[in-house]
Design a protein around this ligand. Sequence first.
Ligand code: NAI
Length: 338
Amino acid sequence: QPPNSQTEESCVLKRADCRAKGGAPGFKVAILGAAGGIGQPLAMLMKMNPSVSVLHLYDVVNTPGVTADIGHMDTGAVVRGFLGQPQLENALTGMDLVIIPAGVPRKPGMTRDDLFNINAGIVITLCEGIAKCCPNAIVNLISNPVNSTVPIAAEVFKKAGTYDPKRLLGVTMLDVVRANTFVAEVLGLHPKEVDVPVVGGHAGVTILPLLSQVKPPSSFTPEETEYLTKRIQDGGTEVVQAKAGAGSATLSMAYAAVKFADACLRGLRGDAGVVECAFVASEVTELPFFATKVRLGRRGAEEVYQLGPLNEYERVGLGRAKKELAESIQKGVSFIRK
Ligand code: NAI
């Protein structure tokens, strides 16, 4: 028999609240879009993360079910669900990290840019809530097109007077995860042994794997370079086509999001040497936002690393990436300034 809500209120929730408030070690994390294809496995994996003491699950549909389900897992984090716009502020208050996979995903034949209008509106609403309720939280933005939604979020925070470029991170980790997997296959190594920097942005040619900087140092034939670069750039489309109308990457994205969120939490905790790729405000190129390796610390992306030496193939790719990226960034900024 499930407890009735009164019994649960008196027996369980108060203690859970005490545990959460009483300095149980760990961070408070909110997932916005928690009932979606990415949101659900992401919520499950964050509930398994020992660095998380409180997990808030927000969506405009289905959060009661997801919260009840995830809440039964015997791991430490206290899970609370929030449904619909009136509960957004409660979902956000006091959070250290906010992860945003809210929005519509691609269907076959769509580019990430086709999602622009719907997802831009969603991101604006959610970021206004963050500016009001947890302006110091680190934000991990997953909603596509990331190349435009990150500049949009920055403008929302600027308007609210809360913008801290170090705390706003576009999640490009799935590109790195794919790059590690595909490069490991070609090299015959375990993916854990492989580190591929992926720079630029998160769409098509803006995704630029730097195969000349792969660790362990490796050389690739021109055919391998072409195959790997294309496969990494088209990884998202490969999944969209295979799912044939049922959405885009969700499980690998949830894995990548958790890998990145965990790095952010280790940075917040003060661990040294936490370095991952992310799409952030940047002076590495002439563009205002760019993905490179960043060092994560207590204040977010505390250091943005330079590109390092590129070979000719990568220099050509960089030119192409910057051209498309400039347009996507401008599109985001113009949308919100209008
Ligand atoms: P989905 O449609 O399965 O889930 C999205 C969820 O967002 C739904 O539960 C929906 O109710 C919720 N939502 C819609 N409006 C909302 C609002 N105003 N506030 C809160 N929640 C709201 O989509 P899926 O597959 O989970 O993808 C989510 C987003 O992530 C898409 O924009 C997709 O393109 C993007 N994505 C990003 C990747 C990356 O590497 N950065 C990779 C894969 C997807």
